[in-house]
Design a protein around this ligand. Structure first.
Ligand SMILES: [Zn+2]
Length: 190
């Protein structure tokens, strides 16, 4: 153990041998600062899958990371649930022509719509502005993924809160309670 003094701004120098040991030698390394019972834990930042927490084989979607195993599982589940529907076939066709970058761009834009829901999540889900966002979401999905009928939209609205992976992903990015608000706003659609 070694004791070091903080400077006027609260900074301390992490001893070089520890920086070598924990692979944080390069300038600008991201360090997670984690409060614990014992004191402050400093940890080299490591991107992890938003679903399972793994740090292997990650793909960035809309500012979050997902591992390829989780993406594969989600795709397989979607195929099982909706494989026979027109919407799914429609989506498969569109997805075939999209590059990884296109997909990232689309999911980023979709997450931006959720972000707008997040901004107003403390208001009435039946309000005009919330309902405008519901229409925006529905149209966005129809334009870029598959024909999003009112039925499908209602199904999505339930999935956003019942499927913890979706709920967590939306809430982590757009603020706690966003998924529930989106779901309520969709349920309030006339
Ligand atoms: Zn994962």
């Amino acid at each position: 153990m070694e004791t070091r003094k903080t400077d006027a701004l609260g900074r301390i120098v992490i001893p070089k041998d520890l920086r070598i040991k924990y692979d944080i030698m390069s300038e600008g390394s991201d360090i997670d600062i984690i409060p614990t019972e014992e004191g402050i834990l400093l940890k080299k930042h490591c991107d992890t899958c938003a679903i399972c927490g793994s740090s292997n084989d990650l793909v960035n979607y809309a500012g979050k990371y997902y591992c390829r195993t989780c993406i594969k599982n989600l795709n397989a589940e979607a195929k099982m649930k909706w494989g026979d529907t027109e919407a799914y076939k429609d989506y498969q066709e569109k997805a075939e022509n999209l590059s990884e970058e296109d997909k990232q761009l689309l999911s980023g834009e979709l997450m931006n719509i959720f972000g707008e829901f997040g901004e107003i999540k403390r208001t009435d889900p039946a309000s005009e502005s919330a309902q405008e966002l519901v229409l925006m979401l529905q149209n966005y999905i129809t334009d870029h993924f598959y024909k999003c009928t009112d039925d499908i939209l209602r199904g999505l609205g339930q999935m956003y809160v019942n499927d913890m992976r979706f709920k967590k992903s939306i809430d982590d990015t757009c603020g706690e309670g966003t998924a529930e608000f989106v779901s309520k706003a969709i349920a309030a659609k006339k």
